[in-house]
Design a protein around this ligand. Structure first.
Ligand SMILES: Cc1cc2nc3c(=O)[nH]c(=O)nc-3n(C[C@H](O)[C@H](O)[C@H](O)COP(=O)(O)OP(=O)(O)OC[C@H]3O[C@@H](n4cnc5c(N)ncnc54)[C@H](O)[C@@H]3O)c2cc1C
Length: 498
C-alpha cells in the first residue's frame, strides 16, 4: 500500500496552503482533489494583510498582489444613502508588509498555489481523485480514494479534511455542526467591466435597503462583485436570469457597461464543527467552520488554520513533538474564528433586515452618533488568546529587505528568535524542532524593525512561532528552553515564560 506522512483531502485554498507548508517542512504529503479545475463559482473577494503574509509563505500572495486593489472604505448605508457604519483601512502597508485589504479574484490565488504545491518534491497532487472512506488505527489512517484508475488505499500518519463546507471527512468522522442560527439566501454575481474599465468604485458598499439588500464590491481590477439578497417568497430561479440581474444592477451601474462572468446562489450561514480532531483525523478551513461573507474572512480564517496546524503536524511527524501538541489546534483557532464569525453575523444582521419598521429603528439608532464617529478603522483582528503561547499572542511584524526582498519568505515555516542586539543572541541555539532561525534587529536598521522594538519593549528577545504569532518575550535562554519543553511535552496551556 502507498504510504505518506499526511493525506490532505481537498485542494481548495486551505488544502493548498497546508500542503505547501508541510512539504516545505520536509513532510511527505499527498493531496487528493475530486475536481480537475479550481472551483468555478464566485467566492472570496477580500484578503486581509495577515493572510497575504501567510499566503506569501505558500506561494500565493505575489500572484494576488499583481492582480488586486485595496478598498478605500467599507460602508454600510441605508436606502437613502445615509452612512450607518463605515471602516477606513489605513492606506499605508500594515506591519506585516502587506495592504490592509486586497480585493482579488479567488481562482488567481488557487491557480498560483496549485503551481507552488506541484513544484514541491515532497508533495503529490492527485486531481480527479475523491476521498471516499477511511479507517483510523493506532498508528495512522488508511484512506480509501477513488479516481480514474478506480479505488485504491493510501496509508497516512494523519488525514486532514480540507474538503470544504460539505466535508466528506467530517461526515465520515461523525462530527456534527454547531449552527449559530444565521441563514440568509443571497445571489452572488461576478461581473467583468467592459472597455478596459478597471473599477466602478474603490468603496465596498453594503446597501442596507429593506426593499432589497445589496452588496457592491470592487474585486481584482476589471471585475466587480454584486450580491443581492432574495426577498421573502423569491426563488433562486426568479433572480438568476439575465433580465432580473440587469434590473437589480441598474440602480447602481449601467448594466451595459459590464458582463456577467459567474453567478451562484448561496445560503450565507455560520456553523462550527463540534470537534476539529478525531484521532489521526483533523478538519481545517470550511470543513471546520463557515461564516457569512460580510467581513470577507472565511478563506482568511482557513489559511490561519493551515498555518497553525502545519508546524504542529510537522513537529509531530518528525518526532520532535508529542502528539498532544495537536490538541492545541482547536482551542487556539476556534475562539479566534468565533469572534470573527460573531462580528460577521452582526454585520449581516444590519444588512439583511427586510422589515421596514426594524430598518427605520436600526437607522435611527445607528445615526445617533455624528457621521464622523460612525467611521472606524478597519475591524481589529485579535491575536491568539490561549494555547501554545508563553505570554505572547500578538501577530509578529515583518522585516522588509532591500530592493523588495521578503525575508519572511526565506524564513519559511520555522520558529524564529528575534533579539534586540546580536550580542544577546545565543551563539548556539539549543533547540530541537524545525531549525530555529535567529534575527538580530541591530543588523536590520531601516528594514521595518521599529514595530518589533515596540513589541519587545524592555525585553531583550521574542520568540516568533512558525505561524507568525509571538510565542513570548523575555531572556533568549528562557524563551528557547520554554519552546523546547512545550514541543516535547505538547502541553497546550502555558504559563508566562520565566
Ligand atoms: C459568496 C462568498 C463570498 C466570500 N467572500 C470571502 C472573502 O471575501 N474573503 C474570505 O476570506 N472568504 C470569503 N469567502 C469564503 C471562502 O471562499 C471559503 O472560506 C474558502 O474558499 C474555503 O476554502 P477551503 O479550502 O476550506 O474549502 P473549498 O474552497 O470549498 O475547497 C474544498 C475542496 O475540497 C474538494 N473536495 C470536497 N470533497 C472532496 C473529497 N471527498 N475528496 C477530495 N476532494 C474533495 C472540493 O472539490 C474543493 O476543491 C466567501 C464565500 C462565499 C460563498
Amino acid at each position: 500500500m502507498e504510504k505518506t506522512d499526511v493525506l490532505i483531502a481537498g485542494l481548495g485554498p486551505v488544502g493548498a496552503a497546508l500542503g505547501v507548508y508541510l512539504a516545505r517542512s520536509g513532510v511527505k504529503v499527498i493531496v487528493v482533489e475530486k475536481t480537475i479545475e479550481v472551483y468555478p463559482m464566485p467566492r472570496a473577494a477580500h484578503l486581509d494583510h495577515e493572510t497575504m503574509r501567510l499566503l506569501d509563505l505558500a506561494g500565493g500572495a505575489v500572484a494576488v498582489a499583481g492582480n488586486s486593489q485595496p478598498l478605500s472604505s467599507y460602508e454600510f448605508r441605508n436606502a437613502k444613502g445615509d452612512l450607518l457604519l463605515g471602516f477606513r483601512p489605513p492606506a499605508a502597508l500594515a506591519d506585516t508588509g502587506w495592504p490592509y485589504t486586497s480585493m482579488f479574484h479567488q481562482p488567481t490565488l488557487e491557480i498560483a498555489m496549485r503551481e507552488a504545491l506541484t513544484e514541491e518534491p515532497d508533495a503529490s497532487v492527485r486531481l480527479g481523485v475523491s476521498l471516499i472512506g477511511y479507517t483510523d488505527g493506532p498508528d495512522g489512517v488508511t484512506v480509501e480514494v477513488e479516481g480514474p484508475d478506480g479505488k485504491t488505499q493510501i496509508a497516512a500518519k494523519y488525514l486532514v479534511g480540507c474538503d470544504g463546507g460539505q466535508s466528506t471527512v467530517r461526515r465520515l468522522a461523525g462530527i456534527g455542526l454547531d449552527d449559530m442560527g444565521f441563514d440568509e439566501p443571497w445571489l452572488v454575481i461576478d461581473t467583468l467591466l467592459k472597455d478596459g474599465t478597471e473599477r466602478l468604485s474603490t468603496i465596498g458598499l453594503q446597501h442596507c435597503d429593506p426593499a432589497r439588500p445589496v452588496t457592491s464590491m470592487p474585486m481584482a481590477p476589471g471585475r466587480h462583485r454584486w450580491e443581492f439578497m432574495l426577498l421573502d417568497g423569491e426563488t433562486p430561479e426568479d433572480v438568476m436570469t439575465d433580465e432580473a440581474i440587469e434590473a437589480m444592477i441598474a440602480p447602481f451601474a449601467d448594466p451595459k457597461s459590464l458582463s456577467v462572468e459567474r453567478r451562484a446562489f448561496y445560503r450565507f450561514h455560520a456553523v462550527f464543527a463540534e470537534r476539529w480532531r478525531d484521532g489521526h483525523v483533523i478538519l481545517a478551513g470550511d470543513a471546520a467552520h463557515q461564516m457569512p461573507p460580510f467581513l470577507g474572512q472565511g478563506l482568511c480564517s482557513g489559511v490561519r488554520d493551515a498555518a497553525n496546524l502545519s508546524w504542529k503536524l510537522a513537529a509531530v511527524v518528525r518526532g520532535e513533538a508529542d502528539q498532544a501538541l495537536l490538541d492545541s489546534f482547536q482551542p487556539e483557532r476556534e475562539p479566534h474564528v468565533r469572534a470573527i464569525t460573531e462580528m460577521a453575523v452582526a454585520m449581516g444582521k444590519i444588512v439583511c433586515t427586510q422589515d421596514e419598521a426594524l430598518a427605520a429603528a436600526r437607522d435611527a439608532d445607528m445615526m445617533q452618533k455624528p457621521e464622523a464617529a460612525r467611521f472606524d478603522a478597519t475591524p481589529a483582528l485579535a491575536g491568539l488568546a490561549s494555547g501554545v503561547i508563553a505570554g505572547g499572542g500578538a501577530v509578529a511584524p515583518c522585516l522588509r529587505g532591500e530592493g523588495g526582498a521578503r525575508p519572511d519568505v526565506l524564513l519559511g515555516m520555522r520558529p524564529c528568535l528575534v533579539g534586540a542586539r546580536r550580542a544577546d543572541a545565543p551563539a548556539d541555539v539549543p533547540v530541537d524542532g524545525g531549525g530555529m532561525a535567529v534575527i538580530a534587529l541591530d543588523e536590520h536598521e531601516g528594514e521595518g524593525e521599529a514595530p518589533f522594538r515596540a513589541l519587545l519593549g524592555d525585553a531583550p528577545a521574542m520568540l516568533v512561532r512558525p505561524d507568525r504569532y509571538v510565542f513570548g518575550t523575555g531572556e533568549p535562554a528562557s524563551l528557547l528552553a520554554a519552546w523546547s519543553a512545550y514541543l516535547k511535552t505538547g502541553r497546550a496551556e502555558m504559563r508566562a515564560a520565566a
